[in-house]
Design a binder for this molecule. Structure first.
Ligand code: NAD
Length: 481
């Protein structure tokens, strides 16, 4: 049994009330360890450590902060296998995916913000006629909270921690209780890299206890949260009366719009990925596929053929492309959506079945699933499933597909496949979301703003946007007449 601990003030500690949660391996449903079920007392203890560390860390020269972040990045690289195995064990994703995507990206997050902070600028404005100079100071906020989900555990946790630390803040982080293992390993790496005690504190436990205690803490100045829209509402309600800065990255139900004039082969390969990567458990997956009517039948045949070749299997197998879903509860939620197929005119085209994997009988495996829907207003098109389930539906005109794409409460990302430049510009402007990909999917440049609109969130991560989020701005006006 692997027993994870909280990481507070550079030490690995049991939860103060000695309460523990079981940690499951979704590839076979077994319990393989325990993690702290932390409470308010642990959060308060971490806060005291973070507060103490703040003065020194916020005054540490940027070059030194940068060097420590770069060191953390290279230590993550050095421990690629260990991190990838832990991520896969917790999450059910193929080890190959963790090695190719999750862990390298966690290292990139530290590397990117280690460099970005050395280029972070503030502005100054001179008004000659009035003989004034305004200049802006950007100071770290203090102690901030970073709360992350289970789908890309280390990737998304470090996407918050790295800029918060780079900007000079001290952090109390809470990874998902469903996937805590890599966050635990990160503590060790931070000590090795020379991150001073108390600068980063990692608390494990349930959202309603440890998470809520972070949100409610009056002296934690900002909350950077990624997770479900319903949780986002609770966080906004709790934090707003304290006027905390909030960054909320929430759910998505992203359209993938395919026009007949696209580069068909490229689109097909990419659409298989945007539908089923990470078992469809990426907030950016294109779960609503709209296909121009003239190529709909062709697309349907080719898409089913490609998807039927995907290999569902244990995460440890090199050939596995679709691993296990993250937990029993999530597996059942996804299956309950599949059970509804047929009730509203929708038709199961492929998949929708539990997969029994030899020697992994208790695992949460599902065939990638394609459903044809009649209307965009059906539940399958309106609610976030967050699993390996996509819907497809034909469209006749640009105006019809634009209306359907926008007719959903979410607005995270969208993909458009076309070789018509005017059309791609038109759609990029009018799609209601924070990120549009044209003729590609999930190509990320860490300098760009990342986030959603409507029920997909508030604020932007990435690049200088997030460094501004993690800083307080003060303007000074000097009259030199
Ligand atoms: P979740 O909202 O259940 O949990 C996310 C985190 O919040 C966990 O660490 C959880 O413990 C914590 N939490 C739960 N209740 C809390 C509370 N009351 N106070 C404080 N913290 C609390 O989400 P999940 O099931 O882990 O993740 C899946 C969701 O995340 C999906 O909706 C997905 O779309 C979304 N997501 C969004 C993005 C994005 O960038 N927009 C990226 C990945 C995932």
């Amino acid at each position: 049994m692997i027993q994870l601990k909280n990481f507070i003030n550079g030490e690995f500690l049991n939860p103060i009330q000695n309460q523990w949660l079981d940690n499951y391996n979704p590839s076979n449903g077994s319990i393989y360890g325990q993690l702290p079920n932390s409470c308010l007392k642990d959060v308060n203890f971490a806060y005291e450590a973070a507060k103490k560390a703040f003065e020194s860390w916020s005054n540490t020269p940027i070059e030194k902060r940068s060097a420590i972040l770069l060191k953390i990045a290279s230590l993550i690289d050095d421990n690629l296998d260990r991190f990838a195995e832990a991520e896969s064990k917790d999450n059910g994703k193929p080890i190959s995916v963790a090695k190719r995507l999750d862990v390298p990206r966690a290292a990139s997050n530290f590397r990117f913000f280690g460099h970005a902070i050395t280029q972070f600028q503030s502005e100054s404005h001179e008004t000659k006629s009035e003989k004034t100079i305004n200049y802006t100071l950007r100071h770290p906020l203090g102690v901030v909270g970073c709360i992350s989900p289970w789908n890309l555990p280390l990737y998304l946790l470090t996407w918050k921690i790295a800029p918060a630390l780079a900007a000079g803040n001290c952090v109390i982080a809470k990874p998902s209780e469903i996937t805590p293992y890599t966050a635990f390993l990160l503590g060790e790496i931070c000590n090795k890299a020379g991150l001073p005690k108390g600068v980063l504190n990692i608390i494990h436990g349930k959202g309603a206890n440890a998470g809520q205690a972070i949100i409610e803490h009056v002296h934690i100045k900002a909350i950077s949260f990624t997770g479900g829209t319903e949780t986002g509402k609770i966080i906004a309600r709790t934090a707003a009366p304290m006027f905390k800065k909030l960054s909320l990255e929430l759910g998505g139900k992203n359209p993938n719009i395919i026009f007949a004039d696209c580069d068909y082969e490229k689109m097909l390969i990419s659409t298989v990925k945007s539908s089923f990567s990470n078992q469809g458990q990426i907030c950016l997956c294109g779960s609503r596929i709209f296909v121009e009517a003239s190529i709909f039948d062709q697309f349907k045949t080719d898409f089913i053929k490609c998807v039927s070749k995907l290999i569902v299997g244990p995460p440890s197998n090199k050939s596995t492309q679709i691993g296990a879903l993250v937990s029993k509860a999530h597996y059942e939620k996804v299956l309950s959506f599949i059970d509804r197929v047929g009730s509203d005119g929708s038709k199961l085209l492929y998949g929708g079945k539990r997969v029994h994997v030899k020697d992994h009988e208790g695992g949460y495996y599902l065939t990638p699933t394609i459903v044809q829907v009649e209307s965009n207003s059906c539940q399958l098109n309106q609610e976030e499933i967050f699993g390996p389930v996509v819907t497809i539906m034909p469209f006749e005109s640009e105006s019809q597909v634009l209306e359907m794409a926008n007719d959903v409460k979410y607005g995270l990302s969208a993909t458009v496949w076309t070789n018509n430049l005017k059309r791609s510009l038109f759609f990029s402007e009018h799609l209601e979301c924070g990120i549009v990909w044209v003729n590609t999917w999930m190509q990320r440049d860490l300098r760009t703003p990342f986030g959603g609109v409507k029920s997909s969130g508030l604020g932007r991560e990435g690049g200088f946007e997030v460094l501004r989020f993690f800083s307080e701005t003060k303007n000074i006006c000097i009259n030199y007449k």
